[in-house]
Design a protein around this ligand. Structure first.
Ligand code: SAM
Ligand code: SF4
Length: 328
């Protein structure tokens, strides 16, 4: 599949649910309104849309949310999508999670062919972690990560860079990841959604965030790539693989290879745009043919690039969606 700018599209992110058991301060407000359950695609619908997308060239699927592992019976969906990995039609099925249910789901993930996952972890201090997530318990997450490792699932820790909140922890997080053999990805906070307090004040460019790491190590560009937008580096002598995700300071739209299926059936072609194509009615009324037609439309409408830099400069927030609605 190609979009109208000639980019190859082979990566689908699926938001399994917009709900979450955490309320990370940069992601959503304390009192978030979620979609009524009747608006959500059911697992059969998600599986059917995924099958059509795979038929047209999607090779990688990431489940995300909200928190994908809080939706009831999500193992049914994981196993169903995992069959495409087992029969070779998908190169990879993976997951982004806050880790709170990982201990329970690690065996299902492994059995379904999931070999690596991203776990969000912004602090290694229990009180700070509770504050950022508004209620998360750090030991539970660390136990979930250990359970996944015990199933031989590779881990990438995702840490959102927050000035004045966790910028004193880059060294400790890098040490933790190096000791446990996890990769570490740092993410610049993006201006998504309304009612999220203090995000502009807490924005910090990653070049600055990694200064303490650079002071003690060599940070060497690496050839390693995944399907996502991270640029990778080797941190020596620490022995850490470090990914930098810099939507705000280094635009990577030219390499964008993805579409996002929201839990309500809307396909978003860009995290930074309000454009979408609604697949829910298509799947409910028109079946597979209608899905195929809409997919072509989504490819045609995929924008060339987002405009986060200008939004940061103007301190303006134009996007009403939160990250959990589109899938991070
Ligand atoms: N609940 C899961 C989790 O936290 O990993 C999956 C969904 S979450 C929306 C996916 C990723 O988006 C997480 O790594 C989270 O830290 C990141 N994220 C959420 N809001 C963000 C924002 N405004 N800017 C940058 N990253 C954000
Ligand atoms: Fe939930 Fe993930 Fe958003 Fe945190 S970042 S509130 S864990 S969806």
């Amino acid at each position: 599949m190609q979009d109208s700018y000639g980019r190859k599209i082979d990566y689908l992110r699926i938001s399994v649910t917009d709900r979450c058991n955490f309320r990370c301060t940069y992601c959503m407000p304390q009192h978030q309104r979620f979609l009524p359950r009747s608006d959500l695609l059911d697992y059969t619908e998600i599986a059917l849309i995924s099958r059509r997308f795979i038929k047209h060239g999607i090779r990688k699927i990431r489940l995300t949310g909200g928190e994908p592992l809080v939706r009831r019976d999500v193992d049914v969906l994981i196993r169903e999508l995992g069959r495409h990995v087992q029969d070779g039609q998908l190169d990879e099925l993976t997951l982004t999670t806050n880790g709170s249910r990982l201990a329970e789901y690690a065996p299902t993930l492994r059995q379904s062919g999931v070999s690596r996952i991203n776990v969000s972890l912004d602090s290694l201090k229990p009180a700070k972690f509770r504050e950022i997530t508004r209620g998360g318990e750090l030991p539970q997450i660390l136990a979930g990560i250990d359970a996944a490792r015990a199933e031989a699932i590779a881990i990438r820790i995702n840490m959102v860079a927050l000035k004045g909140i966790n910028d004193d922890e880059i060294g400790a997080m890098a040490d933790y990841c190096a000791q446990h053999g996890h990769d570490l990805a740092l993410i610049e906070t993006m201006p998504l959604g309304e009612g999220v307090a203090g995000r502009t004040e807490h924005f910090i460019a990653l070049d600055q965030f990694i200064e303490p790491l650079r002071a003690r190590n060599r940070i060497i560009a690496s050839e390693h790539r995944t399907a996502g937008p991270a640029r990778y580096y080797q941190v020596d002598p620490l022995g850490l693989r470090l990914g930098l995700i810099t939507p705000m300071t280094h635009n990577f739209c030219g390499d964008c290879n993805r579409l996002r299926l929201g839990s309500d059936g809307k396909v978003h072609m860009c995290l930074g745009s309000n454009f979408h194509v609604d697949f829910r009615d298509a799947i409910r009324n028109g079946g597979a043919d209608a899905v195929d037609r809409l997919l072509q439309k989504a490819l045609r409408l995929k924008p060339e690039r987002h405009d986060f830099e200008r939004q940061l400069e103007n301190r303006s927030l134009r996007l009403h969606r939160h990250m959990n609605a589109t899938g991070g």
